[in-house]
Structure formats: structure tokens, C-alpha cells
Design a protein around this ligand. Sequence first.
Ligand code: SF4
Length: 113
Amino acid sequence: MISMDTNNCRLATLAKARLAKRQKVQSSVATTEIRPQDRLSRLNPARRASVDNRLSQMPSLYRNTYRRAISGKSPAAGIKAFCNECVGWQRVEVARCTALACPLWSYRPGRIE
Ligand code: SF4
């Protein structure tokens, strides 16, 4: 039979091991995570100029989504950025989109159906 102290000691050891593992994962994620703004600096100069031009023409509220889309790491951000631009930067209009034949219609953010 396992005593209560032995059991508590094992639980404490397990908790410490889990915490150490979580911290190790978090630190590795923190070091490998690249912000979307930093990814943009890796674009070739021609594309970078085009992207910067487009960024300067959109409302600041939508720029981070666009940056995430351009970074190539988030297809969902790509759809969101495209839909936002399509409806003239009126986010609520994306959910109300009536272009039923659009290939992105089923994926648009905020869809009700
Ligand atoms: S789903 Fe609607 S808002 Fe999105 S790209 Fe298509 S037409 Fe535009």
C-alpha cells in the first residue's frame, strides 16, 4: 500500500516535470516565433514595395491581418484580408456578403450560415 506522503511526493514530482516541460516548450516557441512584420522584411524588394504600398492604402485596423496573410503562415488570414478588402473595409459586410457564387463565400469570416 502506498502511503499518503509517498503519493503526494510523486504528484509533486509529476507537477514539477510537467511545469518544466511546459516552460521548455514555451521558450522554444518564443525563440522560433517570427512576428509578421519581421517576415515581411524577408520578401524580395519588388514584392516588399508592392506590399508596403498596399499597406499604406488600407485602414490601420486591417493591417495586421494583411501582414499575417502576406507572411504565408495563415490561410485564414489570407481569406479574411481578401474579404475585408473586397467589401471596402467594412468588416460587418463580410458576414452579410451576398455573392453566393464567390469561391470564398463558405470560408468568409463571421459567416452566419
Ligand atoms: S466571400 Fe464575399 S466578401 Fe469574401 S471575397 Fe467573396 S465576395 Fe468578397
